[in-house]
Write a protein that binds this ligand. Structure first.
Ligand SMILES: [Zn+2]
Length: 249
């Protein structure tokens, strides 16, 4: 390992050389390779996380380019996970990088995340987040929920004993009830803020520190940042009853 590469990070008292060793042994799975996923995977790879896996079934579209920072015009029409893997390897050849072209489902989620130290949510829909939540709680892998739409985003670190996403949302919200970037747009400065907070939480998990316990809400336009306390629901279908992938309640 080239010592110089991480020198500005090991200087930091929050990480240090001991923290760096743990980061270098960690494995992160980034679910989704859109705006959050391109930012998050780049930061994880640059930080020297031992292995980063990025999962997405989509191809790059011209409407993605304004915010999905790994992609340029040459990537249009190509698989996001494949392009990301190649570019991330160019950023840091000392770590493992793997792109998986698939959509996370109840059938493949556990296989994809098994053996990872932390999972970073970079999906754009609640169906996928529910699957990630249940797979992570079941396999006892910490995961970082992140969402960004319009000017506002959220980050919440979830540990296997909860509170989990389904303590907040017991049931899947009705289809099309939540705004998406396709409907209402997104300011392109927002995903880097949300992904940066997610990755910082992931560093804490990798180092063995407690992540931020509150749900963080940030508005890129107004500059407002809020922290909201979340309590565990002892009757939670997922972290309470361990009735995984039951979304009908
Ligand atoms: Zn829960």
């Amino acid at each position: 390992m080239n010592e110089d590469r991480y020198s500005r990070q090991t200087l930091l008292k929050e990480i240090g050389s001991e923290g760096q060793k743990k980061i270098s042994k960690g494995k992160a799975v980034v679910v989704g390779c859109g705006a959050l996923g391109t930012h998050a995977s780049s930061l994880l790879v640059r930080a020297g996380v031992g292995e980063t896996v990025i999962v997405d079934s989509d191809t790059v579209d011209i409407t993605n380019l304004h915010r999905q920072t790994l992609f340029g015009e040459r990537a249009i029409g190509k698989n996001k996970a494949e392009v990301a893997e190649r570019l991330l390897r160019e950023i840091n050849s000392e770590v493992e990088v793997k792109g998986i072209i698939t959509r996370v489902t109840t059938e493949n989620a556990e296989e994809i995340i098994a053996g990872s130290s932390v999972v970073v949510d970079a999906t754009d829909n609640m169906d996928a987040r529910f699957i990630v939540n249940d797979a992570c709680v079941k396999l006892r892998i910490p995961w970082i929920y992140g969402g960004a739409v319009a000017t506002s985003g959220m980050v919440f670190s979830i540990l296997p004993d909860g509170p989990c996403l389904r303590c907040i949302f017991p049931k899947l919200p009705p289809k099309r009830s939540l705004p998406t970037c396709d409907d209402v747009g997104i300011v392109n400065s927002l995903p880097s803020i949300v992904a940066s907070l997610e990755v910082t939480e992931a560093f804490k998990v990798l180092i063995g520190e407690d992540p931020t316990p509150e749900l963080m809400v940030v508005d890129a336009w107004s500059g407002d940042v809020q922290k909201i306390r979340v309590t565990r629901n002892p009757d939670c279908v997922s972290c309470g009853k361990h009735d995984f992938y039951n979304y009908d309640g």
